[in-house]
Design a protein around this ligand. Structure first.
Ligand SMILES: *Cc1c(COP(=O)(O)O)cnc(C)c1O
Length: 390
C-alpha cells in the first residue's frame, strides 16, 4: 500500500477508498511495456477471471457500468415504447441508461429494511409495455432474486441485475449477476474493487455476449464492416490489468469489510434512534455501503447529524437522493412512498478495507455524539452545507 496515500486529507475517516497497491502498479506497468493498449489479452483475462469468480459463463468488459447497461438494453432490443421496472432509491444511471436506450423507466418501491425492490410492488407495475425488471442490489445486499425471477418468468419479461455495488455477493449460495439474463458490475472508485472507470456484464447467454461485444466495438463484424449501430465502449488494457489484480483481492476485501460491518453493527446497537443495516439470512451483504436508518421521529435532524459528523471529520452521505426527484425525471409520476420516506432518514457511514476496528468504534462514537448533540439543538439543520437540495 506504500506510496499511494495522497489525498483524502479533508476527512479523518472518509466513506470509501480504493484498495490499490503494488500489484495494480505492476499490472498497469506490465501493459505499458507492450504495444497492445486496448482490445487485447488483459481484457480477455479480466473477463474470464471476473466471470469465473461469479461462476458465470461469459463476461464482457465495458468502459464503465453505465454504458454496459445501455448496451445491454440495446442488445436485448429494449427501446422506444418499452418500459423497464427499476427502483428509484439507486444511482441515477440505473434509470438514465434505460432512457438512453429509448425506453421508459417505471419506478417501483422498495423494502423498508433492505432498500431493495419490493416484489409485490413490482407485480403491481406490470403491464404489456414492460419488457424488463432491473433489480439493483442496494449497497451490496442481493435483491429478492427468487421472487423477482418468478415474477419475470410469469410475465414473460427479462430479469436484469444492476450488481454495480455487489461484486462477489451471493443469494441462496448463487452469485449475483447469474440470476438474471445478465448482470452489470461497475468498477468506479467507490465500489468494492475498481479500475478507475470500468464495467462488466456477466451472462450465461452466448448470443447475448456476442451481441454485447459487437455493440462495444462499433458493431464491427470484420475490419471496417459495421453491421449494427454500436459505439466505442471498450475498456483499456491498463484498466483491465488493474481489474485482474483487483479481482484477485476481492475475497480479502470483502472479508475485511464483513468484519468491519460486524464491528459497526455491535457498536451501533445501543445507539437510540439508529437502525443498523438489516441483512436477510439467505444472502450475503458485501457492504459497498453501510447505510443506517434514523427513526421516523429523528428524520428532521438527519442533515444536522451529517453536518455534526462532518465537523468531527467523519464523512457520511445520503445514498441516494431518489432518482424520480431528480430534475431530469420531474414530471414523471412515481408513487413510491417507502422510497420517499427512507430518503429523508438514511445516511451511509464510512466503510472500506483500509479502515480498522478502532476506526469503526470511532465512527460509532461520533454518530452517538451527533445524535446527542442534534437532539439538543435540532435547528442546526438550517446551517447544513451538505444537505440535499430537494
Ligand atoms: C456505480 C453505479 C452505477 C454506474 O456505474 P458507472 O461505472 O459509474 O457508470 C450504476 N448503478 C449503480 C447502482 C451504481 O452504484
Amino acid at each position: 500500500m506504500a506510496g499511494v496515500s495522497a489525498g483524502y486529507t479533508q476527512w479523518r475517516i472518509g466513506l470509501a477508498r480504493p484498495d490499490v497497491g503494488e500489484e495494480e502498479i505492476e499490472a498497469v506497468s506490465r501493459v505499458l511495456r507492450t504495444p497492445i493498449l486496448t482490445n487485447g489479452p488483459e481484457t480477455a483475462g479480466f473477463e474470464r477471471e471476473f466471470a469465473d469468480l461469479h461462476r458465470a459463463e461469459h463476461g464482457v468488459a465495458f468502459a464503465n457500468g453505465t454504458v454496459a447497461l445501455v448496451a445491454l438494453f440495446a442488445a436485448l432490443g429494449i427501446g422506444p415504447g418499452d418500459e423497464v421496472i427499476v427502483p428509484s432509491l439507486t444511482f441515477v444511471s440505473s434509470a438514465t441508461s434505460i432512457v438512453y436506450a429509448g425506453a421508459t423507466p417505471v419506478f417501483a418501491d422498495v423494502d423498508p429494511d433492505t432498500f431493495n425492490l419490493d416484489p409485490a410492488d413490482v407485480a403491481r407495475r406490470m403491464s404489456p409495455r414492460v419488457k424488463g425488471i432491473l433489480a439493483v442490489h442496494y449497497g451490496g445486499q442481493p435483491a429478492d432474486l427468487a421472487e423477482l425471477s418468478a415474477l419475470a418468468a410469469d410475465a414473460g419479461v427479462v430479469l436484469l441485475e444492476d450488481a454495480a455495488e455487489a461484486h462477489g455477493a451471493r443469494y441462496r449460495g448463487r452469485h449475483v449477476g447469474t440470476w438474471g439474463v445478465a448482470g452489470m458490475f461497475s468498477f468506479t472508485p467507490t465500489k468494492n474493487i475498481t479500475t478507475g472507470e470500468g464495467g462488466m456484464v456477466l451472462t450465461g447467454d452466448g448470443d447475448l455476449a456476442r451481441q454485447l461485444r459487437l455493440l462495444r466495438n462499433h458493431g464491427q463484424v470484420s475490419p471496417y464492416e459495421h453491421a449494427v449501430l454500436g459505439c466505442n465502449w471498450r475498456l483499456s488494457e491498463m484498466q483491465a490489468a488493474m481489474g485482474r489484480a483487483q479481482t484477485a483481492k476481492l475475497d480479502a476485501i470483502l472479508a475485511r469489510k464483513r468484519t468491519l460491518a460486524a464491528h459497526l453493527d455491535r457498536r451501533l446497537d445501543p445507539v437510540a434512534g439508529v437502525q443498523a443495516p438489516v441483512v436477510r439470512d439467505d444472502r450475503d451483504h458485501v457492504h459497498m455501503l453501510y447505510t443506517v436508518t434514523l427513526a421516523s421521529a429523528d428524520a428532521a435532524r438527519r442533515d444536522a447529524v451529517i453536518n455534526d459528523l462532518a465537523q468531527q471529520g467523519i464523512e457520511s452521505r445520503v445514498y441516494f437522493p431518489p432518482v424520480h426527484r431528480q430534475p431530469i425525471f420531474r414530471g414523471q409520476p412515481a408513487d413510491v412512498p417507502v422510497t420517499d420516506d427512507l430518503a429523508g432518514r438514511i445516511l451511509s457511514l464510512p466503510i472500506h478495507s483500509l479502515l480498522t476496528p478502532e476506526d469503526m468504534a470511532d465512527v460509532a462514537a461520533a454518530l452517538a455524539a451527533a445524535m446527542d448533540r442534534t437532539a439538543a439543538s435540532p435547528t442546526t439543520a438550517t446551517t447544513a452545507t451538505t444537505a440535499p437540495t430537494w
